[in-house]
Write a protein that binds this ligand. Structure first.
Ligand SMILES: Cc1cc2nc3c(=O)[nH]c(=O)nc-3n(C[C@H](O)[C@H](O)[C@H](O)COP(=O)(O)O)c2cc1C
Length: 219
């Protein structure tokens, strides 16, 4: 059975977050297309994950750089790197990923960056080859649903947007196919238009979900 991981990064929660409401429309449409899909939701503001601190950096260096064994790490290093690897082992069980996040200060909320930091594990999600790094998560598909207060389509604003852009780069680096995002923008710049903007994004999210589900190789 195919599995979908829905990853939200918004402390407002589904009641107040417009992005998460658009995300629900996506999930509904996906489920209509693939009723057997198994969906797991993660709220990154509640999710227990390790941050890239001195222990983790040291552990990574010892294992990858110095070829030391797991047993040679300190107790704290072992605990933290085990947690990181546990998250990755769970992540790679999924076939589809739906990321839902707002644009904050030109990028994504820090919890999303922390989550992505956890996924970069050499040997599990990517490898270094003679031709450069190679992602190992081929056959998986992701999409980003992003909300923005302002307008970033068109120059010069488009160049400033670093949330969707980084997510796309990071996931593609790991070998994941990333579909075109569903963006709802101008939500703070045009308060009277919010219902219209959200509705339009829901229509696009519904279509994107059908597309993603139909391209499936699992059904
Ligand atoms: C801390 C913070 C920083 C923000 N920075 C930006 C920004 O750089 N660009 C922008 O267009 N909107 C910015 N916004 C507005 C949010 O993107 C917008 O309100 C949000 O995406 C609306 O969607 P939501 O209801 O799903 O949270 C920011 C909002 C907050 C709380």
């Amino acid at each position: 059975m195919a599995k979908l991981l829905y990853i939200s990064a918004n402390p407002k929660g589904p009641e107040k977050s417009k992005g998460m409401q658009i995300g629900e429309a996506f999930l509904q449409s996906f489920t209509d297309e693939q009723p057997e899909i198994e969906i797991t939701k993660i709220d990154l503001f509640q999710f227990d994950m390790v941050r890239m601190d001195a222990d983790l950096i040291s552990a990574r260096g010892k294992l990858a750089g110095y070829g030391m064994t797991f047993e040679e790490l300190t107790e704290q290093e072992r605990a933290k790197i085990s947690k990181m690897h546990g998250l990755v082992d769970e992540f790679i069980q999924y076939d589809y990923f739906v990321f839902v996040s707002p644009l904050w200060n030109l990028g994504s909320p820090a919890v999303l960056k922390t989550f992505l930091d956890n996924l970069f594990v050499s040997g599990k999600t990517f490898v270094h080859t003679a031709n450069g790094p190679k992602g190992l998560l081929s056959g998986k598909t992701a999409i980003h649903i992003q909300t923005r207060g302002g307008m970033y389509t068109g120059l010069p604003m488009a160049e400033l947007e670093s949330g969707d852009r980084y997510l796309k780069i990071a996931l593609r680096f790991l070998g994941i196919q990333v579909l075109d995002p569903v963006i709802a923008e101008g939500l703070d710049a045009f308060p009277k238009k919010v219902p219209e903007i959200v509705e339009d994004a829901k229509v696009r999210a519904t279509a994107a979900a059908k597309d993603m589900a139909r391209k499936s190789v699992f059904i």
